[in-house]
Design a protein around this ligand. Sequence first.
Ligand SMILES: [Mn+2]
Length: 492
Amino acid sequence: MRKSLRTAAVLICLLPALARTVAAGPYQDDLKARRARAMEKLGTDSVAIFWSAPPRVYSLDVNYEYRQDSNLLYLTGIDQEDTVLLLMPGNPAKKEILFVREADARREHWNGHSLTPKEAAAASGVETVLTMNQFEPFVISTFSRQGTPSIGADETRAFGDALAQGRATLAVLLDAPRTLSDAPGPAGQFAGRLRDRFFGFHVVDAGPILAELRQIKTPYEQTVLRKSVAISSDAHRAGMRAAAPGKWEYEVEAAIEDVYLRNGAMSWGYPSIVGSGPNATILHYQKSGRQMQAGELLLVDAAANYQGITGDITRTYPVSGRFSPVQRDVYEIVLAAQEAGIKAARAGNQASAIQNACDEVLRAGLVKLGLVTDATGMQFKVWATHGVTHWIGMDVHDVGVRGKALAPGMAFTIEPGIYVREAALDALPKTPENLAFIERVRPLVQKYKDVGVRVEDSFLLTETGVENLSGSVPRTIAEIERFLSTPSTARR
Ligand SMILES: [Mn+2]
């Protein structure tokens, strides 16, 4: 009796300490605020369910490095398999419920520690954490309006009333079907099974709500983004130091990714693109298997995933340290296009204003080089083949609301490029106009053949204007040539 009293006293002392670990710091505060904003948009008649990503097989019994679902990571910060977040904005107290996998000594011996509910609560700031074996019973009791003993029978009453009145909503992340015969994804299938058994609700896609939230970076996310892009910028400078005639593309890739890991990045944000000579004209070249030759350009598109946020940076530079006149011609157009894009990146403008500003410079420049004969139309897209801006964040091509005007907190790239590939002419439909065009530009294509240039930086729009987060990586011809001519040990 005495002993158990003492235990009780110890427990009482521990409780306030526990409560403190549940709101552990600025990251947890930010995660809470993200969930609160999501719940505000979901409304009190809804329940939203977010699942962790499944593990992906690399080969046989080896998996790829685990990559958490971006939306779950955005809402919880939990980078662990078998995790589900359930939001019930109508509950009086327990609006957020996290489910994590049960302890398993054998699995943890092989694969490492799993977060206990207490640890998951501290990491995410979600106060109510249950184990995965309670997930289905929780959902069934909620949708059958039986009350949910695991969090208190009264908690889910508002949702039960909404179900009874036929106005409840189930929000999950639905994949856009490519064809009507495509099976829905796991979340869609789960929603379908619930609809087969229960009534009074309709299913909505939570994707647009998350896209809208993720498009505006919180101050906490902005700090992480700055750090992430700073690591990637260091990595690009290390790559520039590693490039030289006779070196292999993979040596540059190794120098870049070395910087990621040394600075505590989780991984790359996307596989590094390191393309020399003709490979510079392959947009997603990933083999990094070629030996660089003197006189060629090297195009490097690479960025780290640091704490779940990735920037996006591309630099193109001469392997021998100096641009040839032909390379310089193309580089100057691309750089001028990027400058025009940066000027258009103002709050209130559409993202399409950036695209249009870049396009105008690219088109005029290509006309001047003779690679384009039509000074007004879209012919220049033969050489400037991709869009010049996209959102960045948890995903390198991050989610956002189409058509929403640029606003403080938005982060994006500006990345014009020109790629002169002889094969691009062969791919044109053989119309009389195209045949005339091919005839006229053929000699210029010979002159500029295999020149691929992209200049890409990561930008953040703030209250004071647009900020180039990767501006420390040499970018102008003068900056690049100066950097590459400085002895390696002195280049920083
Ligand atoms: Mn990009």
